[in-house]
Design a binder for this molecule. Structure first.
Ligand SMILES: *[C@@H]1O[C@H](CO)[C@@H](O)[C@H](O)[C@H]1NC(C)=O
Ligand SMILES: *[C@@H]1O[C@H](CO)[C@@H](O)[C@H](O)[C@H]1NC(C)=O
Ligand SMILES: *[C@@H]1O[C@H](CO)[C@@H](O)[C@H](O)[C@H]1NC(C)=O
Ligand SMILES: *[C@@H]1O[C@H](CO)[C@@H](O)[C@H](O)[C@H]1NC(C)=O
Ligand SMILES: *[C@@H]1O[C@H](CO)[C@@H](O)[C@H](O)[C@H]1NC(C)=O
Ligand SMILES: *[C@@H]1O[C@H](CO)[C@@H](O)[C@H](O)[C@H]1NC(C)=O
Length: 602
């Protein structure tokens, strides 16, 4: 270096294969104020400030010393003996000749009101090619970031990435898949490969490549979801099981292990079988029927299971009434009890909750504090109370006129309580809460109030007029200042054994309109992740909260429920040039780097 800086800066010197963090001493900081510069001329020379550093791949393959459940051959007797195993092909002409309740024509009829106009450009599994080393070169080092290098994470910290079936798979009408609730969005939204969920990222055929790329850059955990209607096309208990669906996810799990990645499996990520939507009272029976099929087969190789994704915000979208949440709790508990007691699984099971923490707009105003707490009760207490505390639904919800939420019986509470091994939630950002304009009780009594039933006004603008953080293309923002309170709220309220951040992410404004190179240099996304992770370290070390892992949303730009504009990916997917090529963005390198810095070796 030509000029030596002292003071409170942290310099990160990057040399090949090594990132060295130099922290200025407190003594140097104290003397900074009194320092004066002394200027002098020298002889100018160029200095090389970048050096080439390569990602470290996972060492494959992975095998677990003890399986997490008995092998399928030992537990297949837990399945009903009269199940039909078959597959389906979608030919519109088959609607003409009826061939029984669950025949090919009945299958075609399931799709009668849904049509995708574009077809996937290929329909067979792509064999992955080794990621060329030129793609594994680290981006320029983040300058002057303050890394708390001395704060370590345990070697079993669950760090990785996440995505869900419908958002990346494509091939929605292939290999016997039945229609899902989400297809009603997908089918009407598009006519072309740029926006059609029937194509998406083609991950149904490129999953091996996706997994190989994560292993090449060194990501050890992958959270994905199984498409329920690929396993049970008609969605109902007793209906046929699709063998091609079973085979597919068996392959996905094996590919993870082959490349050294630990799978985290979600059984349902919003894509309920279409038939379920009309009546959730049969959810428990249908969900258990499906779960048994996949868990008997895969549970030996899967340490972590998620039953449902974000059901706590599903009323009004997936669910038509609040009592449907009781059906979700019951279905979850049924699977939990069956997995632990019948299958004798030793893995862990949870539900993922949505929650952007409500913090009072004015913390000194008790009505704002009440509004924030009421919001949290509606979002988290509604399921967290029975699951974690063995308690009734929050009184704020039960006392809201016309909500039509039936209190749980004591029997239901005992069945549900404790059927969850750790807390998992998706805290993208926080928001400021105050009472709805009419006031909470007037609003609660007025079903036509637009803020009903929560009756809370939420905003991203703090009381003094500033935005809480740099805004994204949607609602998230770079606001690390509330991460510790998000974790603290859950920790102190529900007292879980541990907390998994099961999704967090950022979609930069107008990202999809930028050139590919600019999209890949995603500095905002990187700042979001680095700031968030630094705050998690403080939650662990300063607040005593047991955060057991973080999963970034998402490892690919994908279909954000009808939009490809909201890009959350740490990899781009070229959906315009016909290549479907994935490319790493800088945020994925920096994310991996953070954990290499902090996670202790086993
Ligand atoms: C399969 O067996 C179960 C339990 O005996 C029964 O309730 C169900 O109706 C049978 N299903 C079919 C398709 O035969
Ligand atoms: C398709 O729409 C028609 C008319 O609304 C309805 O009667 C039928 O039940 C629908 N079919 C399916 C499979 O949803
Ligand atoms: C897709 O094409 C159909 C028929 O050509 C048309 O009615 C519909 O509006 C188109 N949808 C979009 C989103 O362009
Ligand atoms: C507290 O908040 C309420 C609702 O926003 C407002 O009407 C009231 O004036 C505030 N009280 C104080 C003391 O600021
Ligand atoms: C209920 O809310 C609606 C919509 O804001 C409003 O028009 C109406 O006056 C409210 N009713 C009462 C009784 O406050
Ligand atoms: C897709 O590929 C085209 C042609 O190579 C390129 O111009 C474009 O920037 C790429 N898009 C992305 C997001 O990488």
């Amino acid at each position: 270096m030509r000029c030596s800086l002292t003071g409170s800066y942290v310099l990160i010197l990057s040399v090949v294969g090594v990132s060295q963090v130099v922290q200025a001493s407190p003594v140097a900081q104290e003397s900074r104020a009194s320092r004066t510069s002394s200027y002098s001329y020298g002889s100018f020379t160029y200095t090389q400030v970048t050096s080439t550093r390569y990602a470290t791949s996972l060492s494959s393959p992975l095998s677990f010393a003890t399986p997490f459940a008995p092998a399928f051959s030992e537990v297949s007797t837990l399945l009903p003996s009269n199940v039909t195993y078959t597959t389906y092909d979608l030919h519109p002409s088959q609607t003409a000749a009826p061939d029984g309740q669950y025949g090919q024509s009945a299958y075609a009829a399931l799709w009668a009101n849904l049509s995708y106009t574009s077809a996937p450009p290929f329909t067979t599994t792509v064999t992955p090619i080794a990621v060329p080393s030129s793609e594994l070169i680290y981006p320029p080092t983040l300058y002057n970031r303050i890394y708390s290098a001395d704060l370590k994470l345990p070697s079993d910290f669950i760090w990785g990435v996440a995505a869900s079936a419908w958002q990346i798979e494509g091939g929605l009408q292939l290999e016997g898949r039945g229609p899902s609730a989400l297809d009603t969005i997908g089918a009407i939204q598009s006519n072309d490969s740029l926006s059609d969920a029937n194509i998406a990222d083609l991950s149904y055929f490129m999953y091996k490549e996706d997994i190989a790329r994560l292993a090449a850059i060194g990501v050890p955990y992958l959270s994905f979801s199984i498409s329920w209607p690929r396993i049970v096309p008609f969605g109902v208990a007793g209906s046929p099981i699709n063998t091609e669906g079973l085979q597919h996810y068996d392959d996905v799990i094996n590919a993870c292990l082959e490349y050294g990645i630990t799978p985290i499996v979600t059984l349902n990520h919003v894509d309920f079988p279409l038939s379920q939507l009309s009546d959730f009272s049969s959810l428990s029976e249908n969900f258990l029927y499906y779960a048994k099929q996949v868990m008997t087969r895969y549970a030996d190789r899967v340490p972590y299971w998620v039953t449902f994704n974000e059901p706590n915000i599903g009323v009004g979208t997936s669910f038509s009434e609040w009592n449907d949440l009781t059906h979700v709790l019951t279905a979850h508990a049924a699977v939990y009890h069956w997995y632990k007691d019948e299958l004798q699984g030793t893995g862990q099971i949870t539900i993922k909750f949505a929650n952007n923490l409500a913090v009072p707009l004015d913390p000194s105003n008790s009505s704002h504090v009440d509004a924030a707490l009421r919001y949290q009760d509606f979002i988290l207490g509604i399921m967290g109370n029975p699951l974690f505390l063995g308690e009734q639904f929050p009184s704020e919800a039960l006392n809201t006129p016309n909500l039509n939420l039936t209190p749980l019986t004591q029997d239901q509470i005992s069945t549900i309580h404790g059927t969850i091994d750790f807390w998992a939630f998706d805290p993208y950002v926080a928001q400021f809460a105050s009472p709805a304009p009419a006031g909470i009780s007037a609003c609660a009594a007025n079903q036509s109030d637009s803020a009903w039933p929560e009756c809370v006004t939420a905003t991203m603008i703090q009381a003094d007029g500033w935005l809480m953080g740099d805004m994204s293309n949607a609602y998230a923002s770079i606001a690390p200042q509330y991460v510790r309170q998000q974790l603290g709220y859950v920790w102190d309220t529900f007292k879980p054994s541990g907390i998994l951040v099961s999704e967090f992410g950022f979609n930069p404004f107008a990202d999809s309109q930028r050139a590919g190179d600019a999209q890949r240099y995603d500095l905002e996304r990187t700042l979001y992740y680095q700031d968030f992770l630094e705050e998690i370290l403080k939650a662990i070390y300063e607040d005593g909260v047991n955060v057991i892992g973080t999963l970034a949303w998402s490892y690919l730009d994908n279909n954000e429920f009808g939009s490809y504009e909201n890009q959350y990916g740490m990899q781009s997917v070229n959906r315009t040039d016909g290549s479907w090529r994935r490319q790493y963005k800088r945020s994925l390198f920096d994310y991996v780097d953070f954990f290499h810095e902090h996670v202790e070796s086993a």
